[in-house]
Structures are given as structure tokens and as C-alpha cells.
Write a protein that binds this ligand. Structure first.
Ligand code: NAP
Length: 417
């Protein structure tokens, strides 16, 4: 008979399919909301074994670090623990983590897409399959029940076991290490939907695509997805030291945003003089795009996430009939849209949020086919999950995507040791 310990140490691997009573997790509690360095603390908690028929329990080998759990630590713009409470979760804590590579250890009664033992990565799109919007054929990510797993839901990947809906599981690229496999799914699937998910403004051969934060998580994936579609990515970064990284991924060239100072809300349009000065900055930025391209062409798609600081410029430089597609407001939420550019030039301003199963699977296929570099930047130990988030909070993190080892005992393993 297989004996199961009550709890396994980090890096120990329980026999396949056996579930200990307890596990280690990096836990956020309301009284610790604030700087990520303090908000996360390791705790021993019960393994969530109460699986619904469509759920699975994944033994986490490595967990990707994303910006969303910086927000979870801070407790703004939403108190995620309050969100869990509203959904009937009485635990009083948050286990974040919206990217994982791992092994399926248990499945609910109605799960057919994965089996115990499958090596998987987990995408973070979570929804109620009984949601009337989805049952009527609507995109699940637009459904009222849509949530981001490991942010708006509990039991994410910063723990030895994660509770997921089975449809979130995708095949792990066998050639990738656990840590590399855990790196790209959230940002990559998000960028995939932004670039491919909003017809007719989908990325096409030859399109110019402007990518903000080209060396960041989203940006590094967006450059590669655009490149794979035959488009011409132009990256924006804050230092010339990041140019080479973006160009190696396929950017035609880069713009250093620090060379411009017209960021933030533009002056009111009826203050002609001040607005004129702002427009000069925006025009100079547009010219910098042309300089990279060597011709006067404007971006068919602008991939936005800084928000308040950059939206006016994004809408200004976007091509006629083009699309500014946005998935975040990292610098603030009160963006100003000069409506003249929007309607006269018939531009589209489109919100986009994570990905549905099809978007995530299409992105994962690019990863499995070896077409996407996961851009793994730095690997942290389980105990350092707070450190990684603190670096991200301070925009001091390295280029690409950070990952923490959870149960993988060391770096470099593509399967069990
Ligand atoms: N809705 C979704 O589904 C979804 C999915 C993924 C991420 N997000 C959100 O998207 C945002 C970016 O995520 P990420 O993972 O790519 O983060 P990241 O790795 O930190 O990259 C963001 C990049 O933004 C750039 N940036 C910072 N301040 C800026 C400013 N004032 N103006 C222009 N660019 C600025 C930085 O590059 P430079 O300093 O080099 O310019 C940074 O590398 C976060 O808010 C995240 O929560 C949303």
C-alpha cells in the first residue's frame, strides 16, 4: 500500500495520484495587504480536495509570476479576499498564482480532457460552464461568471497543489523545463487574444504593430506573436539597454520612451497653446515609429497596457481604421481620448481581457511547436515569491517572465527527476 504523508516538504514529490492532507502555500491575508515583500507569507494549509465534477487538482512544479498578484498584495483596485468571500469561499486568505506547470493528481467525475499523470500547463481563464451567456454560445471570457484563476479565484499556483477547472489544462511542451513552461501562458494567451481575437482588426502579414513595454511579459510575447503572423513589431521601452532583447525577439526596432515628455493626460483641447505643445510630442513619437520603419506607415494595431500615460499617444499614432487594444491601466485608469482622432479616422479602441480556451490553446500550440521563446528571465525559490513580486512592483524586474520553483527540486528538469 502507498503511504501518504500528512504534508510534504517543498521539493518532495508525493506518489502520483496521492493527496496529502496539508500543503505549503504562499498566502496573502487582509491584515498583510501592502508591499508584496510583506504581503506573501508561507503557511501550511489544507489541500483543497473538494473538487467539483469539472475540476482538477494539479501538483505544481513551477509557478509563473504575474503583475496581477502585485495588485492582490496591495489590496487594490480590488480586495481579492472579499471577492473570494462573495463567492462563498470562507478560507479568509488568498493563494495567488495564475501560471503553472505541473502534473494532474486528481480529477472530478466529469473530467474527460485530462487524466491523472498528465504533464500540463494551466491557463488562468475560469468561468461557470452553466453560465447562460456561455450556454448561449457567448465567448466565456466575456461571460458574467468569467474570473482570473489565482487572482479573482483562490487556490492558485503559489502552493504545492492548485485547484483548477480541467479546461484550463493544456499540454506542457515536452522540450521545456518546468520553469520555462510556467513562464509564458498568461501573458502569451493575453497577447494572442489582443492580436488575433478582435476581427476584422486581427494581425496580418506586413502590419505594423506597436508594442508598449516590449521587454515586459506581455510585450515579449506580443513581439513574437506578431512576428509569427508576418507583421512588423515596433517596441517601446524605457532604456536603450532593452533594445537588443526586443530586436532578438523580432522587433524591427525600438523607441526609448524616456526621450519624450508628453505623457499623461493631455491639456484640454480648448487650451490651444498647451494642447499644441502636447500634439508636438505625440507627432514626434509618431515620427520615431516612421524612423524605425524607414517609411511613413502607422501601426494597424497598438498593443496597450500602460493606460493613462500613453493612451492619448496610442490613439493619435494608430493608423486610420486601426485598433488600439488594451488589457490594463498600469499607470492609471483615467485616460483621455481625443474623440476627433477616434471618429474622423475611424479608429477602434478595444478592451481585451486574458483569453478563452481557443486563444490559449492556439498560443500554447505555438509554444509546443517551439515558435515562442518563453523569455524566462529569473528563477526564484518558493520562499522568494514575495521578492519576485516586489521587484515587479518596483519595475526593477528583469526582461521577460519570472518563475518560482514550487515542487521541481531544481532547475533544468523537463519531467520528474
Ligand atoms: N487583462 C489581462 O488579461 C492582463 C494580462 C496580462 C497582464 N495584464 C496587465 O498588463 C500590465 C503589464 O503586464 P506585464 O506582465 O507585461 O508587466 P511587465 O513585465 O512589468 O511589463 C510592463 C512594461 O510596461 C512598461 N512600462 C512601465 N511603466 C510605463 C509607462 N509609464 N509608460 C509606458 N510603459 C511603461 C515597462 O517597460 P519599460 O519601462 O521598458 O517601458 C514594463 O516592462 C500589468 O498591469 C498587468 O496586470 C493584464
Amino acid at each position: 500500500m502507498v503511504s501518504v504523508k500528512d504534508v510534504y516538504e517543498i521539493g518532495e514529490i508525493p506518489p502520483l495520484g496521492t493527496i496529502p492532507r496539508q500543503m505549503y502555500a504562499q498566502v496573502i491575508r487582509r491584515e498583510r495587504f501592502g508591499e508584496p515583500a510583506k504581503a506573501f507569507q508561507p503557511e501550511k494549509v489544507n489541500v483543497p480536495t473538494n473538487l467539483k465534477p469539472d475540476e482538477a487538482l494539479v501538483f505544481v512544479m513551477a509557478a509563473g509570476i504575474n503583475y496581477n498578484n502585485v495588485w492582490a498584495s496591495l489590496g487594490v483596485p480590488v480586495d481579492v479576499i472579499k471577492v473570494h468571500e462573495r463567492e462563498g469561499d470562507p478560507s479568509g486568505f488568498h493563494i495567488g498564482g495564475s501560471d503553472a506547470s505541473g502534473i494532474v493528481y486528481a480529477v472530478g467525475d466529469e473530467v474527460t480532457n485530462v487524466r491523472i499523470g498528465d504533464r500540463v500547463v494551466v491557463h488562468c481563464g475560469w468561468w461557470d460552464r452553466e453560465d447562460p451567456y456561455i450556454k448561449a454560445g457567448g465567448d466565456p471570457m466575456i461571460a458574467p461568471s468569467a474570473r482570473i484563476w489565482g487572482y479573482e479565484t483562490n487556490w492558485g499556483s503559489f502552493a504545492q497543489f492548485a485547484k483548477v477547472q480541467a479546461h484550463q489544462c493544456l499540454p506542457k511542451a515536452p522540450q521545456l523545463t518546468w520553469e520555462a513552461a510556467a513562464a509564458p501562458t498568461l501573458v502569451g494567451s493575453t497577447a494572442y487574444r489582443m492580436l488575433h481575437g478582435w476581427p476584422p482588426n486581427t494581425v496580418k502579414d506586413g502590419d505594423v504593430v506597436l508594442v508598449w513595454g516590449g521587454s515586459g511579459g506581455l510585450g515579449s510575447m506580443a513581439i513574437q506573436i506578431a512576428r509569427e503572423a508576418g507583421a512588423v513589431p515596433v517596441a517601446v521601452v524605457s532604456s536603450e539597454s532593452k533594445f537588443e532583447f526586443c530586436q532578438n525577439l523580432g522587433a524591427k526596432g525600438c523607441i526609448n520612451r524616456k526621450k519624450f515628455d508628453h505623457w499623461g493626460m493631455p491639456p484640454h483641447w480648448d487650451d490651444t497653446e498647451a494642447f499644441g505643445r502636447w500634439a508636438e510630442g505625440a507627432r514626434a513619437f509618431g515620427k520615431a515609429i516612421w524612423d524605425v520603419l524607414g517609411e511613413r506607415r502607422n501601426p494597424a494595431i497598438v498593443l496597450e497596457h500602460p493606460g493613462e500615460d500613453t493612451i492619448p499617444t496610442s490613439i493619435f499614432v494608430c493608423d486610420n481604421g486601426g485598433m488600439v487594444v488594451i488589457c490594463a491601466g498600469t499607470t492609471g485608469f483615467s485616460a483621455v481620448v481625443d474623440l476627433r482622432y477616434l471618429w474622423m479616422r475611424q479608429k477602434r479602441f478595444q478592451g481585451s481581457h486574458f483569453a478563452n480556451d481557443d486563444n490559449a490553446a492556439a498560443f500554447n500550440q505555438l509554444v509546443v511547436d517551439g515558435k515562442i521563446d518563453p523569455c524566462l528571465s529569473r528563477v526564484f525559490a518558493f520562499e522568494e515569491i514575495s521578492v519576485a513580486h516586489q521587484l515587479m512592483h518596483e519595475n526593477k524586474h528583469p526582461e521577460g517572465n519570472m518563475v518560482a520553483l514550487v515542487s521541481a527540486p531544481r532547475e533544468g528538469l523537463t519531467d520528474l527527476p
